[in-house]
Design a protein around this ligand. Structure first.
Ligand SMILES: C[S@@+](CC[C@H](N)C(=O)[O-])C[C@H]1O[C@@H](n2cnc3c(N)ncnc32)[C@H](O)[C@@H]1O
Length: 467
């Protein structure tokens, strides 16, 4: 694409952004790709072999990605663009008309339109919203998709000819967690992950439409998994790109049907040979009290049948405090026997915050927690115990102390960042964490105090993995 064509496409895109109300943008997820990212996405396809190339743009918006394809491969390609919004579809048509390319603009829902042909290349920046299990379009897909973007990627792969390639601009959330496991497994069976490009900055890629998403570009091809996966990384869309190539089995790893996709291999150290937490007879679960759904049971003062309601604000560097004045109801009233089933304790647990801000130094914040009576744990925390998903059983006190030191280490922080681009720590992520044996955790516990500094924690854990 000539510079002027890119500029022209961007001008049309900016006009489309300016004339779209925020409410419409949010409803249809019209976060249009900036030219730098579109050009980078198009550059990820293999070079043309000289034959005619058929391309598909799913959720084409104002046509930025189609234009980047024309830029990369010339106006000889044929293009099919699908867009739900008639106004953007018209903009996209006008844009493509001006290039002289042979194209077809299909107006409608990409997930229900029947495509007669298969394509050499598919490009997409799909909508990112959740997809309900009972959405009738699920039945048209070969695998249940938790999110529209996963459904679009499945459709993209299904629309490819053998050895065809697809480049998608999508969130990083599919790479780990139970939620996307069926989608990942379908990808592993039906495509090869060839190249992943990740951005270090959350803000930059869609800065002109205020999207705060961990975004990545992924190139998939319709063939068995290649032996090597390329991973490139840049801070934002205009910054220098670093490149690495890794054996696929070092990035696609984990237990059968629970495999995750990493962006760099695990450290070649003792940690990679450690068992996942859930294989050591422990389990991470999510706090069972959703406060806004239990308003009739939460209260600011204790009364009959009340137990402490525990939030992350009850934990500090100095230890556990309850009640605290932090704008949160501090008590939970058990009104019926089933409420008591939601309580945990007494005993020993490790509580882990589920959310951190991007700016916080550590993703995982763990607290050894020893309630002397039953408590209600609010849903923004996970807790580790040694029972099952239905039956909480406390840990040994020593195990809880040792585990809290291990989870707070910088070793685990960098492990977590290599498998998850999210600031959210799910129970399923915790269950996969490489964990020292129970006897090693007991040894660690001898060094435990509630007030260990980060430096002390890191020295203790380095000693453990070097012993
Ligand atoms: C994130 S925007 C990306 C637009 C364009 N591909 C780009 O990169 O600039 C997603 C686009 O998908 C369209 N869209 C949303 N749901 C759709 C659906 N079910 N079928 C087709 N297009 C859809 C939206 O209107 C929007 O234009």
């Amino acid at each position: 694409m000539t510079r002027s064509l890119l500029t022209q496409a961007n001008e049309r895109r900016l006009r489309a952004i300016a004339s779209t109300a925020d409410s419409q943008r949010r409803a249809f997820e019209q976060y249009l790709t900036p030219p730098e990212t579109a050009a980078y996405a198009a550059s990820m396809f293999n070079a043309s072999s000289g034959n005619a190339i058929s391309c598909l743009d799913l959720g084409a918006g104002s046509g930025m990605l189609s234009m980047a394809l024309i830029d990369r491969f010339g106006a000889e390609i044929t293009l099919t663009a699908i867009e739900l919004d008639p106004v953007l579809a018209r903009t996209c048509s006008d844009e493509l008309c001006s290039t002289g390319v042979r194209f077809e603009m299909l107006l409608g829902d990409a997930l229900t339109i029947e495509l007669k042909d298969k394509f050499d290349k598919v490009i997409l920046n799909p909508p990112y919203s959740k997809m309900a299990a009972k959405d009738s379009r699920q039945e048209l897909l070969p695998v249940k998709c938790a999110n529209l973007y996963a459904a679009f990627v499945v459709l993209a792969i299904k629309s490819l000819k053998d050895n065809g390639e697809c480049v998608a601009i999508i969130p990083r959330s599919w790479t780990n967690g139970d939620y996307f496991a069926p989608f990942r497994n379908w990808i592993f069976e039906n495509a090869s992950i060839d190249w992943m490009h990740v951005y270090d900055s959350r803000k930059e890629v869609f800065s002109d439409t205020n999207v705060l998403q961990e975004t990545m570009l992924v190139k998939l091809s319709k063939r068995p998994q290649r032996h090597t996966i390329k991973v490139t990384e840049s801070h934002g869309k205009n910054d220098a790109v670093s490149e690495s190539n890794y054996p696929a089995n070092e990035l696609i790893c984990g237990l059968k049907r629970k495999k995750v996709v990493r962006i760099k291999p695990a450290e070649p150290s003792l940690i990679s040979s450690m068992q996942p937490l859930s294989e050591l007879g422990m389990l991470a679960s999510t706090g069972k009290i959703v406060d806004f759904r239990s308003r009739d049971k939460t209260c600011s003062e204790p009364g009959p049948n009340c137990v402490p309601l525990v939030y992350s604000c009850n934990f500090s560097k100095e230890g556990f405090y309850h009640p605290v004045d932090a704008g949160k109801m501090q008590w939970y009233r058990c009104q019926e026997p089933k409420d008591e089933k939601l309580l945990i304790g007494p005993g020993a647990f490790v509580v882990v915050k589920r959310f951190s801000s991007k700016e916080e130094q550590k993703r995982i914040k763990a607290f050894a927690f020893f309630p002397e009576a039953p408590i209600a744990l609010e849903n923004h925390q996970n807790y580790i115990h040694c029972g099952t998903s239905r039956n909480t059983i406390p840990l040994e006190k020593e195990t809880a102390k040792g585990l809290s030191i291990w989870l707070n280490s910088s070793i685990i922080d960098s492990w977590f960042r290599s498998v998850s681009g999210s600031t959210q720590v799910n129970a399923s992520d915790l269950n996969q964490i490489p964990t020292p044996s129970t006897s090693q955790l007991r040894n660690l516990s001898t060094r435990w105090t509630a007030k260990l500094t980060q430096k002390e924690i890191d020295i203790i854990c380095e000693e453990l993995i070097n012993e």
